[in-house]
Design a protein around this ligand. Structure first.
Ligand code: ADP
Length: 272
């Protein structure tokens, strides 16, 4: 009767809607996959010519620092500027490469025994010039040594990403880096007194391509914190932020000391 017919029509409509949603979902998955593929190819192609360029520029900059004619010429500051901008380009491309490594599952850790305090100091040394340009004084609060097993390059990356953000969003203000060691874990904190992050944005900033809405003019892909979080989690740790707009932000990274390597063999229970 009419009721059955209406019900059948309603059902047909619902099924058509469900199929539409499924088709859209499929198309979205394909689009996301194409995006990741594009990022992988683009970052690889961009890095290929950049690697030798960086090498040549590094040599040129060395010449500008020596006692050569070039060092005292008007070209020297211009060369330094070119090097700095190229380094920035290099960092952005490396960030894209990291993202494609992570999304494609080609990401691995190579833990080795190291002293985290020394590693933090070495990483900071590499920032000396940039810290000075940003007008950021750095205060350190670290024990003499913190031993553990971690992937060196990935740890440097975590420290670099957080410090770079602190300088970018807290230029002209002091930055505190702290390291606390517990028996099984370490806590690294990077505190700035910059623009801060609104409570609404705090959950988003660790996601891929997410940036605080109001800060588009700072430049960047919105990938650094996503990579940082992924690396920390791959090491068995976590990242968190405490922040207030116009007061500043503190990013904390908690890492187990014995970073998990590949699968650890489980002891086999003896037969009953
Ligand atoms: P990027 O800085 O390249 O945009 P990130 O993933 O490092 O990407 O950071 C994501 C967003 O989080 C930034 O765009 C910015 O809005 C916010 N953010 C990150 N670090 C800070 C900080 N120290 N202070 C204020 N905002 C920050």
């Amino acid at each position: 009767d009419a009721d059955d017919l209406a019900l059948a029509e309603e059902l047909g409509l619902r099924i058509a809607q469900a199929l539409d949603v499924a088709r859209l979902y499929g198309e979205m998955q394909i689009a996301l996959h194409k995006r990741d593929e594009f990022i992988a190819v683009a970052s690889h192609e961009l890095r290929t010519p950049l690697t030798p360029l960086m090498l040549q520029l590094g040599r040129l900059e060395q010449l500008c620092r020596g006692r050569s004619e070039l060092a005292t010429s008007v070209a020297a500051p211009k060369i330094h500027r070119v090097v700095r901008q190229t380094e920035r380009l290099h960092r952005l491309i490396e960030e894209l490469l990291d993202v494609s490594q992570i999304t494609s599952g080609r990401f691995s850790l190579e833990p080795e025994a190291l002293d985290l305090v020394a590693l933090v100091r070495e990483t900071i040394d590499g920032f000396a010039e940039r810290l000075e340009r940003a007008g950021c004084a750095l205060r350190l609060e670290m024990p003499a040594r913190v031993e553990g097993r971690w992937d060196r390059a990935r740890l440097e990356q975590i420290v670099s990403n957080l410090l770079a953000n602190a300088m970018k969003y807290g230029a002209g203000k002091p930055i505190d880096i702290g390291l606390t060691a517990k028996p099984d874990s370490v806590l690294l904190s990077v505190r700035d007194r910059g623009i801060g992050i609104s409570p609404k944005d705090q959950a988003r900033v660790f996601q891929r391509f997410e940036r605080a809405v109001s800060e588009r003019h700072y430049g960047g892909f919105g990938l650094g914190l996503w990579v940082t979080r992924h690396v920390a989690e791959a090491m068995g740790g976590s990242v968190s932020v405490e922040s207030a707009p116009d007061v500043g932000s503190t990013f904390r990274v908690n890492l187990p000391r014995q970073a998990p390597t590949a699968a650890v063999a489980q002891p086999v229970a003896p037969p009953p």
